[in-house]
Design a protein around this ligand. Sequence first.
Ligand SMILES: [Cu+2]
Length: 155
Amino acid sequence: MTSNRARVLLAAVLLAVGLVGCSNRTPATPDATRTPEAGIGQVTTAPDGAQEITIETGDDYVFTPDTFTVAPGQVRLTVTNTATQLTHNFMFTTGAGPVDITEQIPLLAPGQSETIEFTVTEPGDYPFECTFHTALGQVGTMVVSGSAAPTTAGG
Ligand SMILES: [Cu+2]
């Protein structure tokens, strides 16, 4: 013996539930962590024989990656600043490596990308830093390891 009134009420409740169920879907939000673009930190060999590598820095105080390894020879290093706020730079720490590398990027504004080129012969660890943020731990190491690629005649 359901009354008309009860039936109307039931319909209204079902309608309300249906609306809420449809409209309140939360989209999957991506993580806020900065992931480097493809190819970042990978050493490749250019047609002219130079070893090419790109590292990144952003609105934080890290180089990504902060360590990379090259063989003795020519190195073409690109530093990309993906930041919207922070200005960085890139310098090899004087006196810290087996040999001083004087090539540097004195200023890297937000969104800028600069490339330096140099030749390394002595194997070992070559520490580098962003001198603006050394105290905040923005440092890294280029490792020179192994023997030079094809050009070495042996001996
Ligand atoms: Cu910096």
